[in-house]
Design a protein around this ligand. Sequence first.
Ligand code: DGJ
Length: 393
Amino acid sequence: MKNRSKHYLIPAVIVLSLVVYAGAISAKSEKVSNQQTAQRYDSFRPGAIWNDTNGKVINAHGGGIIYYKGVYYWFGEHKITGPIGNTAQVGVHCYASKDLYNWKDEGIALHVSDDPHSDITKGCILERPKVIYNKKTRKFVMWFHLELKGEGYSAARAGVAISDRPAGPYTFLRSLRPNAGIWPLNFKKSWETSTLQPDSLKGWTPAWMKAVEEGLFVRRDFKTGQMFRDMTAFVDTDGKAYLIYSSEENLTLQIAQLNDDYTGFSGKYVRVFPGGHNEGPAIFKDRGKYYMVTSGCTGWAPNAARSGVASSIFGPWKALGNPCVGQDSALTFHGQSTYILPVEGKKNAFIFMADRWNPQNPIDGRYIWLPIEIKEDRLVIKWLDNWSLNVFH
Ligand code: DGJ
């Protein structure tokens, strides 16, 4: 017995020393890689790993950005490892930057709740958060797409939270379906009284498509409020704010004006591209015109982007086609639109922001930022491996 234990002792010592040595090596390489990853950036590298100023991968998916007093604030979904990461386990993450390349972690701006009765209880689905600033109330207002825990994507609600500071913390106010009991501004009188019901028609037939265009789902949801899924927020030059969201079973976009304090709806809203099946709306204004980029509806999988232009935010909107050009343009370079960012201090300078989703491991979703060119009659987005703000004049 004694001899045998000696036999085991020698290999055990060797193994232990190897483990200690390997540990030392890996600690050393981690340190080295930390030094490498906490580098300063001076360009955008679409689709590449993008670290914050601590050298940690930026975690702000489906995001949007506001500019306030010399600083950009990027808000997005904090994702975690594995498919569970598609549900909200943490909340909305915020980063701050002065140059758009280097982002400092500002922490979680809105936390999911530990209260199982809260609409934003941990495990709900909280997507595409966008923050706008209300100059009159001096409050930062965050809107997002909310799905109640355990209900899949059926709740289709809008969530709203406010804060006195851009980076938060934000206090959740409520969730709701927009504009209950109110017809859209561009809705025909005869459509209000139609008796057609969604289950009396076979889906995707010409008759069903016509009924969708004529407000089949607006009518169905009239009393409870309109469905609210992929969304963005926009403050116009006159201070009026709007939410643009996929509604009516994702078949039609709606643009709804917010009330004066931006925490509720004013009751004015329109339908855009009825039956057009758009998601991922992103919007900007340039030289008096409103431009929109959206995706089609294929879940997490990429598809071709679409674009549109209007002289008034409430339309009519004219379709402009796929703004992406070149290789992989039919798949939006494997991304999906989330926001369009006006670059401060530059004219006609806008950045198209998209997510390259990774539903099996959402934390490893990547960001695609590309410049948008505004041509006479269309928008153009080209792939660039590496670019800087110098592309704007
Ligand atoms: C596509 C949407 O754009 C995402 O935000 C998310 O809701 C996925 N669908 C879910 O499949």
